[in-house]
Structure formats: structure tokens, C-alpha cells
Design a protein around this ligand. Structure first.
Ligand SMILES: *Cc1c(COP(=O)(O)O)cnc(C)c1O
Length: 367
């Protein structure tokens, strides 16, 4: 049996007609830049998140960068984020000229360790960027509380958590600005790059709409220093079709995660810890194991593709070391990077494949 890590082809088979109709209609309309489908998708996504404004941008990385610029984060500022994240979170902080300050993650759910944040605050701290890692919300009540107490902006990196909830509210809608990626393999993925910011703050939404379009509201009248950072109309045409399926896909992901958890328990392993305050959307299904690298190799031989998120933590990357010499140690993140493995998980997976993955894990450990 073969169990690929992601299967975008299988997803396409289920929505082929809708996608083709939507894409072709956009090509016929030929409004490729800031067109009709983008406007509609922004409206639909804002409603989905329960916010007033959504602005489509070129990628998740760009969403984070423009969000920080809109909040006035720049040179000389420090921005707190989680040590266990994808490099893009840190890249966006660098891009606005600010300094990333990494905080270790909780050993329990792998999101930013709330108890640690206050130790890292200085007079220069301007913002916190919590990362809703793997599809699970960070502890937003505590983060918003710290934000209020120290007058910090809270910019959510929701790039892995489309539709995840925290105490009933959709992530991305809780802080000052929420940022999403539509990288093809995300829970809501484009057929190329794409991103979105969501907010209830009209001023921020306006600024980001200006930044992404060369700083102009009116053609050739450039009122602020902008860039070319728009979400393509064609990508929006794909994403709007897919958004209508997202709840159903996330529900399937949760069902598969539950099944994995039951089967893993029978062989003495544990599924991911899930916090009680939220609804996990399982962008990634990450478990901790002994002898991880040999297990991965064995699963690969048996046709099961797996991933590691992430094998080399941010603070151990050359790019980070070079610009932040003498950076701190992050024991939890370091320990996790040697133990975590991401198993295949997506809506189109079937129970037989899940059983096969767990059977192969059991065979490896001789259970
Ligand atoms: C994917 C991702 C990003 C970046 O998104 P892109 O669209 O690839 O630029 C940022 N942060 C996290 C946590 C991500 O998973």
C-alpha cells in the first residue's frame, strides 16, 4: 500500500467541475488583478472568520510582514514569537527591520509557553506573534491578557489553522490581525502561493490594502511606500470554491485524527495532546516517538510518507545564528525536534490507510 504525505490530486478529483467552472469564468472575465473573484473571496473569508475585513495578499509570509507594518512594527522593535515555528514567521519579522525574540514552546501542546513570555519582554517589545501550530490554537486568553497588560500588538500566525477555534471563536479573529497562508498543502490551499490578513480594525485593513497595491488607492497616485503583494484573482477563484468545503474537510481531518489516536493507544503510543479550549483542525498530525529516524526510514520502505515539523529549529538555522550570535537555548523545542514525526493526514485518507500506517508502526516496534 502507498500512503502519500499529502494528496492534492485526490482532493481535486472531488471538486474538479466546480474548480474548472470557476477558473474558466475568471479567464473569460479577464480581471486577473484585483478582480471580481478576489472581492467575493475576501467577503466569504471574512464571514468565515467572523471578522469585518479580509485582504488577500501574495503569501502567508507577506501577510505577516504587511500586518506588522500596518501595526507600526519596525526597526528597533522586538517581536516575540515561538521557537518551534516555520522559518517564515521569523522572516516576516526581519523584513520589517524588527528583531525576533524566540520563546520556547510548551512540552504539552507545542505552542508558545505562556509562562515564559514575560521573561522575554523588554522596553523594546512591540508585538507578540503566537503561532497556531499544527492546526491548534495557542492559549489566546493568556496571550491577549499579556498584550493588554504591556500594550503589545497581537498578530496571529494562523497559517496552519484555517477554521480552528478557540473558545468558539475562529482563530485569526482574536488578536489585532490574523494572518493566513494558502500554500497548496495547507488546510485551505491555492494552486500556487497566496495569503490573507483578517481584522476588525478598519485602519489596518485599509493600510494593508494600500501596501499590497503599490501604495495607491487611485491609479498612479502613490500615497504610501507600497509593494506588489496582491492575491491573484485566479487563485481566489480556486480558493472560493474550496472554502465552501473547508468545514467538511476539517471535520474529516478530526475524524481521522480520532481514529489514529485510538489505534496508536492500542500499541502503547499517544496521539497529540489536545487542549480543552479549542477545536484542532489537524493541519499536521504530530506524535512523539523513540528512534524516530529509523522509524521514518522503515515507514518509507513500507510506502508510508512522513514529515518532520521541524527537523532543525529556527535558532539552529545558519541564517538565524549569523544574525543573532549567542542566541539562547530552547530545551523543549530542541528535544521535540529529535522526537516528532508527522503522519499522513488529510480529508481524502481512508480508514484502511490509517490502519496500515499504524500496523507498520507496530511492526517497527515489534508490538
Ligand atoms: C506556511 C506557513 C507560513 C508561510 O506561509 P507562505 O504562504 O508559505 O508564505 C508562515 N507561518 C507558518 C506557521 C506556516 O506554516
Amino acid at each position: 500500500m502507498r500512503v502519500p504525505f499529502v494528496d492534492l490530486r485526490a482532493q481535486y478529483e472531488g471538486i474538479r467541475q466546480e474548480i474548472e467552472r470557476s477558473v474558466l469564468a475568471t479567464i473569460e472575465r479577464a480581471d486577473f488583478i484585483l478582480g471580481e473573484e478576489l472581492r467575493r473571496f475576501e467577503g466569504d473569508f471574512a464571514r468565515f472568520c467572523g471578522v469585518r475585513f479580509a485582504v488577500g495578499v501574495g503569501s502567508g509570509t507577506e501577510a505577516l510582514e504587511l500586518a506588522m507594518r500596518a501595526c507600526g512594527v519596525g526597526a528597533g522593535d522586538e517581536v516575540i514569537t515561538a521557537a518551534n515555528t516555520y522559518m517564515a514567521t521569523v522572516e516576516a519579522i526581519w523584513r520589517v527591520g524588527a528583531t525576533p525574540v524566540l520563546v520556547d514552546v510548551s512540552a504539552r501542546n507545542h505552542t508558545i509557553d505562556i509562562a515564559e513570555i514575560e521573561r522575554f519582554l523588554t522596553a523594546r517589545t512591540r508585538a507578540i506573534v503566537p503561532v497556531h501550530l499544527y492546526g491548534q490554537s495557542a492559549d489566546m486568553a493568556s496571550i491577549l491578557e499579556i498584550g493588554r497588560k504591556y500594550d503589545l500588538k497581537v498578530i496571529e500566525d494562523a497559517c496552519q489553522a484555517h477554521g480552528a477555534r478557540y473558545n468558539g471563536r475562529t482563530v485569526g479573529s482574536l488578536g489585532d490581525i490574523g494572518c493566513f497562508s494558502f500554500y497548496p498543502s495547507k488546510n485551505l490551499g491555492a494552486y500556487g502561493d497566496g495569503g490573507m490578513i483578517v481584522t476588525n480594525n478598519e485602519g489596518y485593513a485599509d493600510k494593508i490594502a494600500l501596501f499590497r497595491n503599490h501604495g495607491q488607492r487611485e491609479k498612479y497616485h502613490h500615497v504610501v511606500k507600497g509593494t506588489n503583494g496582491r492575491l491573484d484573482t485566479l487563485q481566489a477563484a480556486v480558493l472560493r470554491v474550496k472554502l465552501a468545503h473547508l468545514e467538511e474537510w476539517n471535520t474529516a481531518r478530526r475524524r481521522h485524527a480520532k481514529y489514529y489516536g485510538e489505534l496508536l493507544e492500542r500499541i502503547g503510543l499517544r496521539g497529540p495532546h489536545v487542549e480543552g479550549y479549542g477545536e484542532h483542525v489537524y493541519h499536521l498530525y504530530v506524535i512523539e516517538v523513540e528512534d524516530r529516524d529509523r522509524l521514518r526510514a522503515f515507514l518509507g520502505q513500507q510506502g508510508v510518507e512522513t514529515g518532520i515539523h521541524y527537523p532543525i529549529p529556527v535558532h539552529r538555522q545558519k541564517a538565524f545564528r549569523d544574525s543573532h550570535p549567542g542566541s539562547r537555548e530552547y530545551p523543549v523545542t530542541d528535544a521535540l525536534s529529535g522526537r516528532i514525526i508527522s503522519l499522513p493526514l488529510y480529508a481524502e485518507l481512508d480508514d484502511g490507510q490509517i490502519r496500515y500506517v499504524v500496523e507498520m508502526i507496530a511492526r517497527f516496534y515489534g508490538r
